[in-house]
Structure formats: structure tokens, C-alpha cells
Design a protein around this ligand. Structure first.
Ligand code: SF4
Length: 490
């Protein structure tokens, strides 16, 4: 679509909105011919307010929408307010062209409950936060209510954090085979068996160096999450060595939880689970994604629903305090009836955490390249409605949520829990409440103080081969992390 911005340069806001409202359009900054599909957004700024006017033409029909936003005195706040005016004007002009109102209105980011969290931290009520999402961001009442609830979990976690609190992530970028919807840098073990041992050694070295750095700063680890990939692709002995290194080099006395994504049932064995349990892992994820054989086969999973049942039985036998299960709405070969059946069977396993994802058609995934038919946005909406109702009936409540790019129907992923079984790590990372120090290939470390505004990011090499070959990069990242804390007097 031909884009013209007048009086501002909010390209990021406009392009993210374009991607969300009209995913098939690409931004082009060239003048449009008369009648051609095009968007012009003009921003006019006065001393105490700004007005954005969007003029959108599609298929020969023109829609205009004007939005006025009050401006504060501080430059930082004014920047956000101008951005809001541009985004709101675009949404207002785009809405008549959309097949249905978007569940998250004009919000395009990965954290749609962020404005609600800010409102709660300012002392507003959950009800006021939900109302603000509806009125200011055009969020549907159901999504606004949901976001206010997940934001209240984040607000509670934020209130319990100290400046020295951080979380750790340990990445294991290997999987037994590659799922059709995957775009992660996960290497299938069939091709990379020889990398597992050197990767384990490199990871142990990085954890040891990281532990020394954390203790020199006196930082407190509140949660550890081992994800991937599929961490249980490592053998029981490799898992044992990694977790032993963690225990020996990192002070875990303030750590509320250690979570391991066992993920794929084809990697869950008695021996591996015994190792996890012996190291105090308190939460294990078993991720069926679907309980329909045809769906599992369509996404390239080599396990059956029976394998999932066997994995759940094994996890229960080892007595982990919490079990999570993941499902995905919108997979190929699935439909609302199949999804409901998968959901009911998962609820029947009585996990205390159940995460319902919406399929995201990611670049680089086999699913996108194969152009396979997937359920429509209406069907995905029906699946998510069913999930919400059934989970609430079974006494689950939403505790965190996030969105990804290219999600079916522009919906979301929601973590549900029963009782007080929230996974603290998920809340900390999704609401950006404290630093996450990442170990392993593809690890992204983010340094920030609870309640602070400065964020520093450093990245480990993406691919395992490069990660193994360049230990100096991880040491440099850890130095940058330590420097961030020293600069802030921690
Ligand atoms: S289990 Fe996850 S990381 Fe591994 S291939 Fe499947 S989607 Fe990708």
C-alpha cells in the first residue's frame, strides 16, 4: 500500500498497524495515483494537543478518521501521545474495511495488557483499566477484561520484586524433529547428534561464568526456565550435568521455581524425569498441541495421543509440583470439534497450567511454504471462545498473555492456571518486570531494573555451532550485563 506521512515520521506505528489490519499489504513510500489503494496520515501539533487525520483508500472507497490527543509537558510523554494519535487515526479509518472488529483494537504489540499494567501500577482499579482499554484502544470488552486480569497478576508480581531480583533462561535449541509451524532456530537431532555433547560443555562453562558474575553483584535469582527447542532432547546425563552446574554456580536460595519444557512427548523418559526431579525442578511442560492424530501428523509430530497420555502418567509418577500443557488453536486439519475434544482431554489430565496458543504463521516455517489450508479466523475465534468457557468452568483463570506476529485472526496466547500455580517466569518475561539473563545459543539477555525505564539487550549467537565456537561473545555479554548493574549502583 502506498503510504504518505505528513507532519510526522511514525513509520514503525504505521507499518505495525498495516501488518495487523491488512497482513497482505506491504508498505511503499511512493505517491499514489488517483483511486489507487493508499493511506495518508497527517499530524498537526498544537501546544497542548495533537490531531492525526488518516485518509485510507481501498478498492476505490475512501474512509477518513480524525483523532485528537492531549499532550503533556514532558518530551518523552509527548512522543507516546503523538504515536497514539497516529495509531488511533489509522485504526479508525481501517475499521470499516475489516471483516470484523479486531479483538485487540488498535493494539499491535506483543504485550496487549501493558497499558492495563501501567494503569494498575498508577493505582487504578482493574475495572478502570479495562474501561481504558476499550475507550482508548478500541479493545473488545472480553479482551479488555482478560487483559485487566492478567495485568493484575503482573502488578502483584511487580510489587514483590527487589532491585536485585532477576530470572534465568537456559536455552536448548534442539528438537527430535521439526514441527511444520516452527521458525525457531531449533536443530533437529537427526541432523545434529554430534553437537549435543560440545553444546552441553559450552553451556556449562557459560553457566559457571554467569554464576560467578551474579554472585559478585549479589543479584538474586527468582525463577529459572529451561526452554528451547526441547530441553529433554538432551540425554539424562547431559541434563544432569547442566542442572548440576546451575546448582553449583548459582545461588538458588531465593529461587521460587525451576521450570523445564519437556515439550515433546517423544523425549519424555523415566530417566530424564528422574534427573529433573532430583534437581528440584518444580514445573514440567508436556505439550501435545493437539490430541487429534491427523493434526499431529499434519504438523510433523511423530508422537500419538497415546504417547501424550503415557508422558503425563510418567510426569505424575515423579511428583512434580506443577505440570503445564500447551495446545494450539488453528492448526491444519483441525476444526472446532477436534479442538474441543483436544481441550477436554487435556483438562481431563488435570494439569494446573494450560496454555492455549493461537497458530502464528511464521516466516521460514514449512506450514507457510506449503500453503496448507488452516482453520478460518471465525473457526479460531470459536475455538478460543470454547477454550475460555471450558477452562473457566474447570476453575482455571488467565494469568499471562502475549501476542506474536502473523497470528490467525489477530488473537493471542493465554496462560491459564488453577489455584496459585502461576509460573512466575512467564509473568516476569512477558510483562518485562526484571532482567532475564539468558544462557545458550539464541539466548537474548535483557537487563532492566524493576520499575526502571532503561533496557539493555545483548544476544548470544543464534546457531549452536557458532555458540560453541565463540565463548568470548558470551563473556562479553555477561560483562555488559554486569556493567548495567554497576552503572545503576546495584
Ligand atoms: S518443539 Fe517447538 S522448537 Fe521444536 S520444532 Fe516444534 S515448534 Fe520448533
Amino acid at each position: 500500500m502506498k503510504l504518505t506521512l505528513i507532519g510526522h515520521n511514525e513509520r514503525y506505528t504505521v507499518e505495525q498497524s498495516l501488518l495487523t489490519f491488512f497482513p497482505d499489504e506491504k508498505p511503499e513510500y511512493t505517491a499514489a495515483l488517483p483511486g489507487e489503494d493508499a493511506l495518508t496520515i497527517t499530524l498537526e501539533e498544537m501546544a497542548d494537543a495533537c490531531t492525526a487525520v488518516a485518509c485510507l483508500t481501498r478498492g476505490g472507497i475512501e474512509q477518513r478518521y480524525s483523532f485528537t490527543e492531549a499532550l503533556s509537558e514532558s518530551d518523552f510523554a509527548r512522543e507516546g501521545q503523538r504515536r497514539h494519535a497516529v495509531g488511533a487515526a489509522f485504526y479508525g479509518a481501517a475499521q470499516p474495511f475489516l471483516a470484523r472488529p479486531l479483538p485487540w483494537g488498535m493494539l499491535t504489540g506483543v504485550r496487549p495488557d501493558k497499558p492495563a499494567l501501567s494503569a494498575l501500577l498508577r493505582g487504578e482499579t482493574k475495572e478502570a483499566a479495562a474501561r481504558m482499554l476499550e475507550e482508548r484502544y478500541f479493545v473488545s470488552p472480553a479482551r479488555a477484561f482478560l487483559a485487566a486480569r492478567t495485568a493484575s497478576c503482573a502488578a502483584r508480581a511487580a510489587s514483590e520484586l527487589d532491585r536485585k531480583d532477576i530470572a534465568l533462561y537456559i536455552g536448548i535449541p534442539f528438537c527430535p524433529t521439526r514441527c511444520a509451524y516452527c521458525s525457531f532456530v531449533s536443530v533437529s537431532v537427526e541432523r545434529s547428534l554430534k553437537l549435543l555433547e560440545p553444546y552441553t560443555l559450552a553451556l556449562i562453562e557459560e553457566i559457571r561464568a554467569g554464576g560467578a558474575m551474579l554472585s559478585s553483584l549479589g543479584l538474586r535469582v527468582r525463577a529459572v526456565y529451561m526452554g528451547g527447542g526441547t530441553p529433554t532432547t538432551l540425554s539424562a546425563s547431559e541434563l544432569d550435568r547442566v542442572l548440576s552446574a546451575l546448582e553449583q554456580s548459582v545461588d538458588l536460595s531465593h529461587c521460587a521455581e525451576i521450570t523445564v519444557e519437556a515439550g515433546r512427548p517423544d523425549t519424555i523418559t523415566d530417566e530424564r524425569l528422574a534427573v529433573l526431579a532430583s534437581h528440584g525442578v518444580g514445573r514440567v511442560s508436556v505439550n501435545p498441541q493437539s490430541m487429534q492424530p491427523s493434526v499431529l501428523s499434519a504438523i510433523g509430530r511423530v508422537h500419538s495421543p497415546g504417547d501424550i497420555e503415557r508422558s503425563v502418567t510418567l510426569v505424575k509418577k515423579h511428583g512434580f509440583a506443577h505440570m503445564n500443557m500447551d495446545l494450539i488453536a488453528g492448526l491444519p486439519e483441525d476444526d472446532p470439534a477436534g479442538f474441543t475434544d483436544s481441550l477436554q482431554r487435556c483438562i481431563g489430565f488435570a494439569p494446573d497450567n494450560l496454555t492455549v496458543h493461537t497458530l502464528a504463521l511464521k516466516r521460514g516455517s514449512r506450514l507457510l511454504m506449503e500453503k496448507r489450508a488452516i482453520p478460518t479466523a471465525e473457526e479460531v475465534s470459536e475455538m478460543l471462545e470454547t477454550a475460555g468457557g471450558s477452562l473457566r468452568d474447570a476453575l482455571y483463570r488467565p494469568y499471562y498473555l502475549y501476542r506474536q506476529k502473523y497470528m490467525s485472526g489477530s488473537f493471542e496466547n493465554i496462560g491459564w492456571c488453577r489455584g496459585e500455580s502461576e509460573c512466575l517466569y512467564n509473568i516476569l518475561i512477558m510483562s518485562e518486570l526484571c532482567s532475564i539473563l539468558s544462557f545458550g545459543a539464541g539466548g537474548s539477555t535483557k537487563a532492566l531494573l524493576p520499575g526502571g525505564t532503561e533496557v539493555m539487550r545483548v544476544f548470544n549467537p543464534k546457531y549452536p555451532e557458532e555458540y560453541i565456537a565463540r565463548p568470548e561473545k558470551m563473556l562479553a555479554n555477561q560483562s555488559a550485563f554486569a556493567e548495567f548493574y554497576r552503572r545503576h549502583g546495584v
